[in-house]
Design a protein around this ligand. Structure first.
Ligand code: GDG
Length: 749
């Protein structure tokens, strides 16, 4: 991060292995990719890393451990046996892990796990809040701490929080199965920037938020109350140089020669995984067996070294997986092996990193074929280790890494027949093609290494915070509100232009339900009855509805974006110069979509047609709207029409009318010393642009706008107007007092 802010890294585990030898602790730094990448952050300046040291520490040992970790710039969160069991092994690994890796039938929905998950997240929050200040940057990692961002946000509202999830985010249909889905989403949304490995993960997350919580998304941004939260993909990399250099190390080269001799110069295939059902171990063994059956000539000429890192083999699913794996390996070796050759060399343990490097270097083919993986670093390490560029990667399309490593031979691990053929193709691939593919993959892996990943994430986080700040300076606060109120009071001739839907009333599923309520009518009456005011309602609605709802007011009106307008004498006028010959044709196209799409309907106005899809199933409406726009765009261009894409509506109208042109009519009529325009959607942008630079222009909502100020919702607009409309015309003091009353209760949500 280029700023001088302190960064607190938070993850479930600290990057250290601590071992308790009867009260004497040893500390060994972890060599994992994440630890290496983040060491470029937490070892600088005052930065620190907060997390669980990985062992249960007795109370009387805690101070000692804290001291030892502090020297390494680490700060511990101590967990009890019960917390490790219910929070980490329980909710994190038996609920979230299987569900997020698309194994819903393995997921345990156990309320006790959830309670402890919550309380451990609160424990982390408490510790962080003892350390953090509002000026710090807090970077939280992974699925064990999904509630943490909002727990911190509640106590430190302005602090910068990034959240990165290392495992996949599943599609809405899977995620919705979780009984605590709302809490999890709200928890993550406490962050300012939420990162995943792939675009699909971001899409799934945004989809779940919009469907479950109902927030609006604009591209990859979500509005959470008045805060913009950005969701983006940051594919993690590895320490490329480390693996590249390691494979040229003298020991590694010596080991490689020995290994090749030991396996009689057979072609070598490798697989390296933790024991886990998400890794596709059994599918791979099936494909390998099929390979030996289909291509008997390979017998005696190839070997698979399978390294499985032990994991949770006391848990039923893992125990069964291990038993089945062992049985399959034994069967394959028993069925195909000879006195001098066995197809699979199976290791159930972990290797030191230089032996890992030897395997990467020596392997002709790497099989990285998970059923689902957030990213998968093994395949990137294999690519980085191929100094001579010879070797083929067979990669599952279900691994996040498949999005970047497009030159791998891609497999769907469920399709063991194609899987088997891909392994064969890998073994047979000519050297020139191997080199071409490997060069291209090395370009990607070396460029997007773990240090670039850290840089990209932290810089984007800083950028998001800056955008939030520039947005918040536009939000009308106590001071700006008082300033505008005082300008208003001093003015003798005022023009006030107010949009209706989304500005004065909330959006409704049925457009005819947005009837003005009594408090709104009172408020508008107060404004209209002030002889110094000229109030104009500027709406896209049809004039008849506006007249029915607001006709009794002493107000001007612009209806249907300016096709109709009402002068202060109550007379309606329409633009007779407009042509309507295009209507039938556009209507017929819209009608096809209206009939095909349950919940959608056409609204007919005098000079425009509107297709509404607010009541259509989420997603389907957007899909149909895009198709409709596509169908109609050439016709529109040829007929001087304009397509307006609003909030769940598509409107086709004549290019000759817009709210800005209509507003000018009022501007030209008089000289005003106070002009104000308020609106919420992009049709109001024409009004804002038509205003003189001295005007107060206010956008409702946070999307980009040419308006000077922002208010968050129709409720804030009403509160703001009620301050201006104060009947008593109070003195400065009273006005200021009223200006801070912002919790007036309006009837609808
Ligand atoms: C999460 C996500 C995502 C493996 N065996 C040995 C050994 N390893 C090292 C490898 C590699 C790492 O473990 C495994 O890579 P993963 O990608 O599976 O990383 P995880 O942290 O387990 O998983 C995953 C990742 O986070 C990063 O965001 O890619 O999708 O599940 O670095 O080299 N290392 C040594 N001996 C072994 O036997 N020394």
């Amino acid at each position: 991060m280029s700023s001088t802010k302190r960064i607190l890294i938070v993850s479930n585990r600290l990057p250290v292995k601590i071992q308790d030898n009867e009260g004497e602790f040893t500390y060994q730094n972890s060599e994992g990719g994440l630890a290496t990448g983040l060491s470029s952050v937490y070892q600088q300046g005052d930065n620190i890393w907060i997390g669980w040291p990985g062992a249960v520490v007795a109370d009387n040992q805690k101070l000692k451990v804290i001291g030892a970790l502090e020297e390494r710039k680490l700060h511990p969160v101590f967990l009890t046996e019960e917390e490790v069991s219910d929070f980490y092994e329980g909710f994190s690994n038996e609920t979230i892990w299987p569900l997020f890796h698309y194994f819903p039938s393995y997921a345990q929905f156990e309320p006790r796990y959830w309670d402890v998950y919550k309380s451990v997240n609160e424990k982390y929050a408490e510790i962080i809040l003892n350390i953090a200040t509002k000026d710090d940057v807090i970077w939280i990692h992974d699925y064990q701490l999904m509630l943490l961002p909002s727990l911190i946000r509640k106590k430190l509202p302005g602090v910068t929080i990034g959240f990165f999830q290392h495992i996949p985010f599943p599609s809405y249909e899977i995620f919705r199965l979780l009984p605590w889905r709302k809490e999890i989403l709200c928890g993550i949304l406490g962050a300012d920037l939420v990162g995943f490995h792939t675009y699909d993960d971001t899409r799934h997350f945004i989809d779940s938020v919009t469907r479950i919580l109902g927030n609006t998304a604009i591209a990859n941004e979500l509005m959470v109350e008045d805060r913009k939260v950005v969701i983006d993909a940051f594919p993690i990399g590895i320490d490329y140089e480390k693996f590249h250099k390691l494979s040229e190390d003298a020991t590694v080269r010596r080991n490689e020669r020995k290994l090749k001799k030991l396996i009689n110069n057979n072609k070598l295939l490798i697989s390296i995984d933790r024991l886990d059902y998400s890794k596709g171990i059994l599918h791979r063994l099936k494909a390998f067996r099929l390979l030996l059956e289909r291509y008997p000539d390979l017998k005696g000429n190839i070997r698979l070294i399978q390294l499985i890192v032990p994991s949770r083999d006391n848990v039923a699913q893992y125990k069964e997986l291990k038993e089945e794996m062992n049985r399959m390996v034994t069967d394959i070796n028993g069925d195909f092996g000879t006195f001098s050759w066995q197809p699979i060399h199976h290791f159930y343990r972990s290797f030191p990193v230089n032996l890992l490097s030897t395997l990467y270097k020596a392997a002709d083919v790497a099989l990285v074929t998970p059923m689902r993986d957030g990213m998968n670093l093994v395949c990137k390490e294999y690519v980085a280790s191929k100094v001579d560029k010879k070797g083929v990667l067979v990669l599952s399309e279900m691994a996040g890494a498949s999005r970047e490593l497009s030159e791998a031979l891609m497999v769907n691990p469920n399709d063991i027949w194609d899987f088997c053929e891909k392994i064969y193709a890998a073994l047979e691939m000519p050297e020139a093609e191997q080199k071409r593919r490997m060069t291209s993959m090395q370009d990607v892996v070396s460029k997007f290494d773990v240090f670039t990943w850290v840089k990209n994430f932290t810089e984007r986080l800083e950028e998001v915070k800056e955008q939030q700040l520039s947005l918040s300076t536009r939000i009308i606060n106590f001071e700006t509100r008082s300033k505008i109120a005082s300008q208003y009071q001093k003015a003798a001739k005022r023009l006030i232009l107010l949009d209706y839907d989304g500005t004065l009333v909330p959006f409704q599923n049925n457009i005819y339900s947005a009837v003005p309520d009594a408090p709104l009518l009172n408020l508008l009456e107060k404004l209209c009855n002030d002889p110094l005011n000229k109030l104009v309602i500027t709406s896209g609605r049809d004039y008849k509805t506006l007249n029915t709802w607001l006709g009794h007011l002493n107000a001007g009106m612009i209806a249907e974006h300016g096709a109709w307008y009402r002068t202060l004498d109550g007379q309606w006028h329409n633009r007779r110069d407009l042509n309507n010959e295009w209507r039938n044709e556009v209507y017929n196209v819209m009608d096809v979509y209206a009939r095909r799409t349950p919940g959608s309907y056409i609204e007919e106005k005098s000079y425009s047609l509107v297709w509404h899809y607010r009541r259509v199933e989420e997603g389907l409406g957007e899909l149909r709207a895009r198709a409709l726009m596509d169908d109609i765009k050439h016709f529109i261009a040829d007929h001087g029409l304009q397509l307006l894409q609003g909030n769940k509506v598509i409107e086709i109208k004549s290019m000759a009318i817009n709210k800005g042109k209509a507003a000018k009519r009022w501007l030209e009529k008089d000289d005003y010393d106070f002009i104000m325009a308020i609106g919420d959607d992009h049709t109001d942008e024409d009004t804002f642009k038509a205003m003189p630079s001295s005007a107060v222009t206010i956008k409702v909502g946070n999307s980009p706008s040419s308006a000077i100020y922002t208010l968050n919702s129709y409720k804030e607009v009403r509160n703001f107007l009620s301050v201006l409309a104060n009947e008593e015309m109070p003195g400065e003091q009273n006005m200021l007092r009223k200006a801070i009353i912002s919790d007036v209760q309006w009837p609808r949500n």
